[in-house]
Design a protein around this ligand. Structure first.
Ligand code: F6P
Length: 319
C-alpha cells in the first residue's frame, strides 16, 4: 500500500474534516502518498484528485462541512460510471480508497471494492442510522445543535403558551429526534420506527396545560411525518395555538463537538491502518466504546434498531 485516496460522499457531517485530517496524517506518518478527491464519487469519475500534504489539512479540525466537498452522484450508480472511477484510480496508481459517508457512500465503496480497489468505509452522517456502529461522525454535533435550538424555542413557546412541533432530520431513522427529545425534555417524540397515537399526544398536552405548564414541545423525526401537518391537527384537537419549526440544514453545520472530533480521528486513523494491514471492504465503527471493523456488506445488511430503553425513559420522564 503506497498510495491512498480519500473522499467524502453524500450529506456532509460535522467531523468529516477531522476524519480527512486523520487519514492524511496517518497515511503520511506511514510513508504513503495521499490523494484527496473532491466532490465524492462524482469528483472521482471526473479525476478531481489532488495530492495532500501535512499542511493541506492544517486548521480544519474545528471546521464544519468537508474541505473536500461532497456530492450525491447519479453516474456512479451506473456500472459505466464505476468503471470510469476505477480507471481514474488506476491512472493515479491509487492502491486503496477511504470513503467517509453514510450508507449510500458505503454501498459505493463496496461496489468499487468488488472491482478490485481495496476500500474502507468511515461512517460520517448526522443520521446515526448504521446499526453496526453505536455512533456515526456528526451525530453528536447535530444533536447538540438541535438541543440548543429547542432551548430557544422553549423561551418563545412558554412566553406565548404555545405548542411547538420541532421537525428534525434523520431520513428513515429516528435517533436525532429520540436523543434530542430526551435531552430537550419533549412531551412527545414521534419516530418512524414506532406507531404514534395523535390523541394520546393531545391528551398529554391538555393534561400539561391543566396543571399549569406554559408550553408543550413535540420532537418529530422527518421520516415520521410533517410538522406543519401535525401542527394543524394538534391545534384543531387541543384548541391550543401550535407552531411548527423545521430545523433543516442547520443540523448539518457548525464546528464539530469534541466527541465528534475524537471519534473521527480514531475511526479515520484505523481505516488507514486497515488498508496498511491489507484488509478491504471493511467499515470501521465503535461498539460499547471499542473500535470495531466489519465487512461492509454485512454492515449494510444489518437493520437499524431503535434504542427502546431511551424511548421508554423519555416517555416516563415526560409523564
Ligand atoms: O443523510 C443526511 C441528511 O441530512 C438527512 O437527514 C436528510 O434527510 C438528507 O440528508 C437531506 O439531504 P439533502 O441535503 O440532499 O437535502
Amino acid at each position: 500500500m503506497k498510495t491512498i485516496g480519500v473522499l467524502t460522499s453524500g450529506g456532509d457531517a460535522p467531523g468529516m474534516n477531522a476524519a480527512i485530517r486523520a487519514v492524511v496524517r496517518t497515511a503520511i506518518y506511514n510513508e504513503c502518498k495521499v490523494y484527496g478527491i473532491r466532490r465524492g464519487f462524482d469528483g472521482l469519475i471526473n479525476a478531481k484528485l489532488e495530492e495532500m500534504t501535512l499542511s493541506s489539512v492544517a486548521d480544519i479540525i474545528h471546521r464544519g462541512g468537508t474541505m473536500l466537498q461532497t456530492a450525491r452522484s447519479d453516474e456512479f450508480m451506473t456500472e459505466a460510471g464505476r468503471k470510469k472511477a476505477l480507471n481514474v484510480l488506476n491512472v493515479f496508481n491509487v492502491d486503496g480508497l477511504i470513503v467517509i459517508g453514510g450508507d449510500g457512500s458505503m454501498t459505493g465503496a463496496s461496489k468499487l471494492n468488488d472491482l478490485g480497489i481495496p476500500c474502507i468505509g468511515v461512517p460520517g452522517t448526522i443520521d446515526n442510522d448504521l446499526e453496526y456502529t453505536d455512533f456515526t461522525i456528526g451525530f453528536d454535533t447535530a444533536i447538540n445543535t438541535v438541543v440548543d435550538a429547542i432551548s430557544k424555542i422553549r423561551d418563545t413557546s412558554s412566553s406565548h403558551g404555545r405548542v411547538n412541533i420541532v421537525e428534525v432530520m434523520g431520513r428513515r431513522c429516528g435517533d436525532i429526534a429520540l436523543y434530542c427529545g430526551l435531552a430537550g425534555g419533549a412531551e412527545s417524540i414521534v419516530l418512524p420506527e414506532m406507531p404514534h397515537d395523535i390523541d394520546k399526544i393531545c391528551r398529554k398536552i391538555i393534561r400539561g396545560k391543566n396543571r399549569g405548564k406554559l408550553h408543550s414541545l413535540i420532537l418529530l423525526a422527518e421520516g415520521a411525518g410533517s410538522a406543519v401537518e401535525m401542527a394543524k391537527i394538534i391545534e384543531e384537537k387541543t384548541g391550543m395555538e401550535t407552531r411548527a419549526t423545521i430545523l433543516g440544514h442547520i443540523q448539518r453545520g457548525g464546528s464539530p463537538t469534541a466527541s465528534d472530533r475524537i471519534l473521527a480521528s480514531h475511526l479515520a486513523a484505523r481505516a488507514v491502518e486497515l488498508l496498511l494491514e491489507g484488509k478491504n471492504n471493511r467499515a470501521v465503527g465503535i461498539k460499547c466504546n471499542e473500535m470495531v471493523d466489519i465487512d461492509i456488506t454485512e454492515a449494510l445488511s444489518m437493520e437499524k434498531k431503535l434504542d427502546m430503553a431511551t424511548y421508554k425513559l423519555a416517555d416516563i420522564l415526560s409523564i
